[in-house]
Design a protein around this ligand. Structure first.
Ligand SMILES: [Zn+2]
Length: 625
């Protein structure tokens, strides 16, 4: 007999571990947790700790611990399924029970979302039902976008009048200052408002969770002297560099197929989706950002990048590819036939041909090589050498050694070079930093290397503390905290192998929508790791208490925890950058060539700027408050 995963989750969420354990052990409240005599060893002092908030327990003497199911399994020597059934019975409910939902109510943000919803309904109604909307309906008809698809993506139309939405908003008692903040209206010099979107097709932009965070508006009449696209400005709900158009609609399919297709425009995405290619996201005009890539990596690490053949951005494509390689993505590239974009292609040739195109996608080496060939760079030996160097530079971005070696092999083959030559080029790039440090440490014993090295060790120790804190936060059971963490930090960023493993497990569960500590702990098979997680999680100092505010309600606690989490994440990121800067400084000190120094100085300047940007980032806080 098998109980579906989501049922188990349901039961786990409904159960109260304190109630269940109390049936067998006398528990006494101690601060935020309960304590009792551990039934799993000969306990004299209450060593068993039970957290109602986190729904886990642990004995600090014999290390027994886990969630409500683990307790029953251990106490009664029963199987996991029996434990689940027992808890269900204990709850007095059948296995199929509805799950309650909880979310942070955030009035400020909610109001912005509400304004967006009002606007989206208005635009959609204009398109679907109004007489004036005929022109927009015609447009979509010409572009082969079915009504059903229009509804699915919430497409709309903004009339060409100057105050039509404004009047509607006033009628609906929309807060106009908020509407302006969201870029829906603007103010004239005389203080009167007017509509920002006029005569435009409207594409609502959804968050991965399906909330409307912004709009893209495409001009209908190309003759008009206005920008082709008008997009919502950044706002507390719309963070452009963290948004991928279409992800809400495509994330399940991306997960299922373990592959994402990246296109450029709204219409490309919608056309593909309508034709059954549903694992697609759009960068919508901007070049791909690191944040977008991290967001996508929650769902897959395989990406097929599709660029218009006539796009001016072939080199921009390369930049995206580099970013993707750095984040350990498996990248493939499709160059469409001249004059085609994904929208026109799928409409003309259909899904089968499109799938075939994706199947035959180039890996990034093949793609780059083709671009260089087009540019005539493969013709002379000199430029060929240049090309090889460029290709090896891309390969150097790949973390996986095996993958790198395969790439080197194919470069050697392609250019008929001895592998060892290409390898040494790669080694140069890979060891540029390290080798210098080592060489000089050996050559110049007077250099203040030991001192500097010590400094780095200290930084790393601080980092270790942050790593611990991040794991604790991952087991806080708050989805929003996990969002924050996985937006900014991936398991690989952690040095401590145990923490890395734990965060991998947490990420895996997060991808499956399991964020409760009791749920994650159930998935940790290694006893040692489970013990680490339980110890960290049941530590006396709770996150919210740390933030130094009175705990008045669960909501305030959650809010504080979020604020604290965003703080820790920021500091962790800054610490990592500091470490890099210090390393570079050592290298500068020991560098033999001016070129190296310049490059390192430039790098450090960039890092300083990045630090500044992180410090000024209010996003995390904004999302919370
Ligand atoms: Zn015990």
């Amino acid at each position: 007999m098998r109980i579906p995963e989501n049922k188990i989750e349901e039961i786990r969420n409904l159960a109260n571990i304190v109630d269940v354990i109390s049936t067998y052990v006398h528990l006494k409240k101690q601060g935020k947790t309960y304590a009792g005599l551990c039934p799993f060893h000969n306990d004299k002092n209450p060593s068993l700790k039970v957290s109602e908030e986190k729904q886990i327990y642990k004995c600090f003497v014999c290390n027994a611990g886990g969630n409500v199911f683990n307790f029953l399994m251990q106490y009664k020597s029963i199987s996991f399924i029996e434990a689940v059934q027992e808890v269900a019975e204990h709850l007095g409910v059948k296995l199929e029970l509805e799950k309650g939902s909880s979310s942070i109510v955030n009035s400020e943000l909610e109001e912005l979302y509400d304004v967006n919803v009002t606007a989206a309904k208005y635009f959609s109604n204009n398109l679907l039902n109004s007489r004036q909307g005929e022109i927009a309906r015609e447009y979509f008809k010409k572009r082969n976008i079915k009504t059903q698809t229009q509804k699915m993506f919430g497409l709309g139309y903004a009339f060409s009048e100057w105050e039509h939405f404004l009047h509607y908003a006033e009628e609906k008692n929309v807060n106009l200052a908020k509407a302006m903040q969201l870029g829906l209206i603007d103010k004239r010099n005389d203080g009167s408002y007017y509509d920002k979107y006029r005569g435009r097709i409207i594409f609502p932009i959804f968050s991965p969770n399906g909330r409307i965070i912004g709009f893209g508006g495409r001009i209908l009449n190309n003759a008009e002297k206005a920008a082709k696209y008008l997009n919502s400005p950044e706002s507390p709900v719309y963070l452009k560099r963290k948004t991928l158009y279409g992800l809400f609609h495509s994330k399940d399919e991306i997960r299922k197929l373990n592959k994402a297709i990246l296109v450029e425009g709204y219409m490309d995405l919608i056309a593909l989706f309508q034709n059954g290619v549903k694992n697609v996201v759009a960068s919508s005009g901007t070049s791909l950002t690191e944040e977008q890539i991290k967001l996508l990596s929650r769902f897959t690490k395989n990406i097929v990048v599709i660029y218009d053949a006539d796009s001016a951005g072939q080199h921009a494509a390369m930049r995206s590819i580099e970013l993707l390689l750095k984040e350990d993505f498996e990248v493939r590239i499709v160059a469409l036939p001249e004059g085609e974009d994904p929208d026109s292609f799928i409409n003309q040739y259909g899904k089968k041909d499109f799938d075939e195109l994706v199947k035959q996608a180039d890996n990034f080496l093949e793609y780059q090589m083709r671009i260089y060939q087009q540019e005539g760079k493969l013709d002379s030996p000199e430029s060929q050498a240049e090309v090889v160097r460029e290709l090896v530079k891309s390969v150097a971005l790949i973390e996986d050694e095996l993958k790198r070696n395969l790439m080197i092999k194919s470069i050697s083959k392609k250019f008929d070079l001895r592998e060892v030559l290409v390898e040494s080029e790669l080694d140069k790039l890979l060891n540029k930093k390290d080798s210098q440090k080592k060489r000089y440490a050996g050559q110049n014993p007077e250099a203040p290397i030991p001192h500097e090295a010590e400094k780095i060790k200290t930084i790393t120790r601080i980092e270790a503390k942050f790593e611990e804190e991040i794991i604790r936060l991952l087991f806080e059971g708050v989805e929003e905290i996990q969002d924050l963490i996985f937006d900014n930090i991936m398991p690989d960023d952690l040095h401590n192998p145990d923490y890395r493993k734990l965060s991998e497990i947490a990420l895996e569960n997060y991808r499956n929508d399991i964020v409760s500590p009791s749920g994650i702990i159930e998935k940790i098979e290694d006893d040692n790791l489970r013990n680490i997680a339980l110890s960290l999680t049941l530590n006396d100092i709770s996150i919210s208490a740390k933030h130094g505010e009175e705990i008045t309600s669960a909501e305030v606690t959650k809010k504080n925890a979020l604020r604290y989490a965003s703080d820790v994440i920021k500091k962790f990121r800054i610490t990592k950058i500091n470490e890099e800067i210090e390393n570079n400084k050592i290298k500068i000190k020991n560098s033999e060539t001016d070129d190296n120094v310049l490059e390192l100085l430039r790098l450090n300047k960039e890092l300083e700027e990045e630090k500044k940007a992180i410090r000024e980032e209010n996003i995390l806080i904004n999302e919370i408050e």
